[in-house]
Design a binder for this molecule. Sequence first.
Ligand code: UDP
Ligand code: MG
Length: 315
Amino acid sequence: MAPSPAQSSVTIVLPIFNEEEVLPELLARLTAVFDAHPAVAWDALLVDDGSRDRSAELVRAQAARDPRFALLELSRNFGFQAALAAGLAHAGGAAVVTMDADLQDPPECIPELVAQWRGGAEVVRAVRRSRQETGSRRLGMDVFHRLFNRISDFPIEANTGTFGLLDRQAVDAMNRLPERHRFFPGMRSWVGFATAEIHYDRQERAAGQPQQTLRRLARYAFDGVFGFSYLPLRLLTYTGLVVGTAGFALGLYYVVKRLINIETAPTGFTTLAALVLFLGGVQLIGIGVLGEYLARVYDEVKERPLYLIKRGPSR
Ligand code: UDP
Ligand code: MG
């Protein structure tokens, strides 16, 4: 069933952080897409995630020229996931497109997303046919996706990121997920709904440097794992069982040996040292894993807002 004209308003949500170099091209290309498809009531909500450059100013100027653009300003840099959540919470469209602002996700693919939505899909994921990242970033992403799908209860398609479309129902569902440590692809998989895909070539960043540091990406990966899997905890239990059983068997072996032949040579210091260090290591890893979950529980219990709004959404 095709949505009626009144329903076919689409909001594009774009978190931006220090993107003054990309913004002119982004705004131009978005405008071109909007103009080429006048049947859809478009609007773009740019969420300024505490940029320290002229990003907010550029968007504000654009909003003054073209009422289809709006700016939502956060009080400081809260990070990509929080900015995205702010955008989703303030997006008014019957469908919402989520994408990076650095033009790695090409705006020209948006009509395809919308076509899938009009064809009945409630969630549309954009799947990367190819990727431009190289080196450690790329390796990290590949390893993470493989690992995540092995262990998560809610697998995410390899090669999907934030780029995609959510219809109103799915947006409302996402907005109801209160978690502080947000992992967008996992959450999108969690909410369900009729899902479709489009394929696209991920582009090179149009200008400037990646704003997500490697450290942030690693933290994001941790949020994915700890937010969607209990496997680390379960692994600990299994490790404990195996090591405990082995220890007990070894103890038994020494006792029996002692009872059978009276002369027992003093056992090696090396064995002892290795055992102590090994067990100490396993225990520390265990505490670390517990800590990861505990810290997340603590963050949830504090119930701090995910982000604070300084201004907007202004038109
Ligand atoms: N971004 C943000 N807040 C941040 C870091 C990044 O809103 O603290 C935005 C950034 O402007 C871009 C998107 O998130 O639109 C993706 O960031 P980036 O391209 O730096 O990361 P990557 O491509 O490595 O995922
Ligand atoms: Mg990027």
